[in-house]
Design a protein. Structure first.
Ligand code: CO
Length: 208
């Protein structure tokens, strides 16, 4: 129990199954990674990046935090974006939120949760920016819409980073996408806010 043996057993079985199908899988993968996608998602245990899009190891570079927030000064998140864009040369950055997000809910409720409240201030900002759209909605509708609006806001933040701006300026093919996932049925929804140039960013910022 103390050594979490069951997880090591799971791991051994998982690796064996993959090697049975493809004996070179791990040796091939260990020599390089060339993912096309950077996934920025919520830390929620029910939203595992690779599994949702049914992709194996090596295909998705991942950053997760509570409520999939991209803060302009978050060195952790920015480092992931920079490495993904400049070194791995991913073609797509996907910001994926999810309905029923505990982080979004906590930000809406205003109860104290400790240090996390400072992180959730960013969600409260998104609420404030979009107060007109959220006014008059009931609890679940409001939560769902704020989950979506938060994803779009974070997409804008990714696009405004110097990393993405510079990539576009040098002509890199890079698109940033807004998705939301339903933990109730396992289905992804495209929020139709894919941005792949400075011009498109300006259009989307004007509309938001
Ligand atoms: Co969440």
């Amino acid at each position: 129990m103390r050594t979490l043996k069951h997880l090591f057993d799971n791991n051994f079985r998982w690796a064996s199954q993959i090697k049975e199908k493809n004996p070179d899988f791990f040796s091939h993968l260990s020599s390089q990674q060339a993912p096309e996608y950077l996934w920025i998602g919520c830390s929620d245990s029910r939203v595992p990046a690779n599994e949702i899009v049914d992709l194996p190891p090596g295909e998705v570079f991942v950053h997760r935090n509570i409520a999939n927030v991209v803060v302009h000064t978050d060195l952790n998140c920015l480092s992931v974006i920079q490495y993904a864009v400049d070194v791995l040369r991913v073609k797509h950055i996907i910001v994926c939120g999810h309905y029923g997000c505990g982080g979004i809910k906590a930000a809406m409720e205003g109860q104290e949760h400790g240090l996390i409240d400072n992180w959730l201030r960013h969600i409260k900002d998104v609420y404030r920016f979009n107060a007109d759209k959220l006014r008059g909605l009931n609890g679940d509708e409001k939560l769902d819409l704020l989950c979506e609006l938060n994803v779009i806001e974070q997409v804008i933040n990714v696009c405004n980073s110097t990393i993405v701006q510079n990539a576009w300026e040098r002509g890199a093919k890079l698109a940033v996408h807004a998705w939301v996932y339903s933990i109730e049925d396992g289905i992804l929804k495209d929020l139709q806010t894919s941005i792949s140039s400075i011009e498109q960013l300006k259009e989307n910022q004007g509309a938001s």
